[in-house]
Design a protein around this ligand. Sequence first.
Ligand SMILES: NC(=O)c1ccc[n+]([C@@H]2O[C@H](COP(=O)([O-])OP(=O)(O)OC[C@H]3O[C@@H](n4cnc5c(N)ncnc54)[C@H](O)[C@@H]3O)[C@@H](O)[C@H]2O)c1
Length: 423
Amino acid sequence: MTELGFDVLGVDVDATRVSALAAGKLPFYEPGLEQLLDRGLRSGRLRFTTSFQEAADFGDVHFCCVGTPQRAQSGGADLSQLFGCIDALAPLLKRPCLIVGKSTTPAGTAAGLAERLARLVPEGSGVELAWNPEFLREGHAVADTLRPERIVAGVRSASAEAILREVYADPLAAGVPFVVTDFATAELVKVAANAFLATKISFINAMAEVCEAADADVSRLAEALAYDHRIGGAGMRPGLGFGGGCLPKDIRAFMTRAEELGAGEAVSFLRQMDAINTRRRSRMVELACELVGGPLHGRNVGVLGLAFKPDSDDIRDSPALDVATALHSLGARVTAYDPAAIDNARLAHPDLEYAGSVVGAATDADVLLVLTEWPEFRQADPEVIGKAVAQRLIADGRHALDPAPWRAAGWTYRALGRPEAAL
Ligand SMILES: NC(=O)c1ccc[n+]([C@@H]2O[C@H](COP(=O)([O-])OP(=O)(O)OC[C@H]3O[C@@H](n4cnc5c(N)ncnc54)[C@H](O)[C@@H]3O)[C@@H](O)[C@H]2O)c1
């Protein structure tokens, strides 16, 4: 928002985050964002605070982007951060402004929040709510924010729409589509998009399971499917499946909300998608056992990748970290390397061992696993890595590597959904 020319005040209840941001330090890894933070701070148009009073006095538009994680005891979304944010801000609002929800929420949440807001704001303050779901992808957050593929505006008045058009004047001038909806549709666009993306990934991973049974190659299958323009190849890469802080919890919250609305059957297929996704993780563990030819107890396993995807240090529901910890619990000595996520992984799993490089993770390994498709792993030299390992056995959970040079260097290369002899 600072980059788009606005004066911005960032508010968070986490004082450590606020002071780190004010000092120009990002609390997470995101390519290109640190430069924007630095530029914003230098411009004097970007500041951070823990004070809701300061925010209430400052903002014409308040974006509400707090977390909506999965509830501890169910698949539903925990909305307590949203309630906390609205409850803290609303009574302090003394002048007309627009509160814009960006968090991913179950359909009906925005309508409930609008009522809550109306109860809490001082009378006659002219405060309104809009819902504007966020579609950015971690690892591409900067580009996705400055030039999104579409902007969805859930509004209840022409003035709310006009304010959002003003906020997004720059991307709108560049031709970014602007879809105006009611609150529930705006909320549903976001969860429907994630449900579709999860389905696409799980579909190709279901095909990978069948390929494994039929001794066929899911990689070539996916390539051939992608030429059909009705199917397309984007977002349909076979491998270890999806994870992170969004897709898994969003499809579970979607199922829970649909059931509450009496439409559970319509999205019951998502349970299958979730199960296919989880099965890829156990299949990866099996593949590692197959490669070493027996139990992994006491064996050295090198793990490349811990983040749920490349260009991120996010380990929330990370398939890579899940596989690494599963191997550790089977008695394997796991040494892992990731270009960005080691600090987060170490905090969550101090029991694993960590290395500072690909060669470090590979040293003395009986088997090497590629679990996140960082470009650095694709560039690794099979000869150099081969000198470090105890056995030249590699399992590629992300179809990240070209098998030919690895095989040429004497490695046994296996990938999920591909026969042993696949080219
Ligand atoms: N991470 C993504 O790629 C992504 C993409 C699209 C949509 N979303 C959605 O955006 C929302 C936020 O996701 P996230 O990954 O950034 O979550 P997060 O948990 O990483 O960050 C949430 C932040 O909100 C702060 N917070 C909590 N309660 C607060 C309060 N009462 N007032 C002010 N700040 C408060 C937390 O301290 C934290 O800094 C979620 O609804 C998520 O589903 C995330």
